[in-house]
Design a protein around this ligand. Structure first.
Ligand code: ATP
Length: 290
């Protein structure tokens, strides 16, 4: 059962941002119907999988996270190992870099990396499609995290259409030192009418023609006003990014992480230096689309 050539596998789990996030409805089970433009960015956790005699053991470095069943990595590992009939165990080490509870799908990406990594470690031979089907049982964003890159996500987030890779840019990512509950944000959204829907189709066309200005002009997230009302620091970070040359700036997912798109890495770096001085963000990354 074990891969005869390897007893350790190392995988990167990349964060995502939403260039567009629209909510179009709500299912009876509470899930929201969405249309999202997803983009992988160069911020990643590192997961190391080592074959063991039995059990699933998780160790975490760089963040306060549960190591038992509440960790999405644990749930992914158990699901995959049950599906594949694996009798052995695994030790998983997580080196955490993606901001936690930040709207960057860190947990979902770790779960996706666990499905991919353990499929390889135990030589299970499951297809990407089979892994995506297991992934959606863990979270709506997990199938996208298995695929990565630039994509349109519909349904509850699991219906994926890969898009042309977005054109290169400088990207500044800033997380203020506040916690936001995804559940709270969606509940608040349900209680109000959505006044303005982002132009998801226009965003898709701008991506397909490599039009960075068109992308920056169409950034939109229906959750932003909800989270921003509770956390005004998000608006301050956006204004700071725009004042320092961003082509566009937006909150990612349910927040509170904010990103800014710049013409170059240098510009993003200089804007990052200015933002650091304001003390508005506790975590700052100058990065790029992946
Ligand atoms: P999304 O963008 O999908 O809403 P997020 O970035 O807002 O995700 P995560 O960092 O994925 O949020 O984590 C949200 C919660 O999930 C945290 O409170 C955390 O305790 C829990 N969690 C479980 N496993 C993990 C993991 N491996 N990494 C991060 N969070 C995890």
């Amino acid at each position: 059962m074990m891969n005869p050539h390897k007893d350790t596998i190392i995988r990167k789990a990349y964060a995502k941002i939403n260039l567009g996030l629209d909510v179009t409805g709500r299912l009876e089970n509470g899930y929201h119907l969405v249309r999202m433009i997803m983009q992988t960015v160069g911020i990643y956790d590192v997961l190391t999988f080592t074959a063991a005699r039995s059990g699933i053991r998780i160790s975490v470095e760089g963040g306060e996270l549960p190591t038992g069943e509440d960790n999405l990595i644990y749930r992914a590992a158990r699901l995959l190992m049950e599906a594949g009939g694996v009798k052995e165990g695994v030790d998983i080490h997580l080196e955490k870099h993606i901001p936690i509870a930040a709207g960057m799908a860190g947990g979902s990406s770790d779960a996706a990396a666990a499905l991919l990594g353990l499929n390889e470690l135990f030589a299970l031979g499951l297809s990407r499609e089979q892994l995506r089907q297991l992934g959606v049982c863990i979270g709506a964003d997990v199938p996208y995290c298995i695929m990565g890159g630039t994509a349109l996500a519909e349904g509850i987030g699991e219906l994926l259409t890969p898009l042309t890779p977005a054109p290169p840019c400088g990207l500044l990512v800033a997380k203020p030192d506040i916690q936001v509950s995804t559940k709270y944000v969606y509940e608040q959204l349900d209680a109000r009418e959505i006044g303005h829907h982002p132009d998801i189709d226009g965003m898709r066309s701008a991506i397909e023609t490599g039009d960075l200005t068109g992308i920056a002009d169409r950034l939109g997230n229906v959750l932003e006003t909800v989270t921003m009302e509770a956390c005004p620091v998000i608006g301050r970070i956006k204004r700071e990014m725009m004042a320092n040359g961003a082509m566009g700036s937006l909150m990612s997912g349910s927040g509170p992480t904010v990103f800014g798109i710049y013409g170059s890495q240098e510009q993003a770096g200089a804007a990052g230096d200015c933002l650091r001085e304001t003390g508005l963000a506790s975590e700052l990354f100058v990065t790029e689309f992946v």
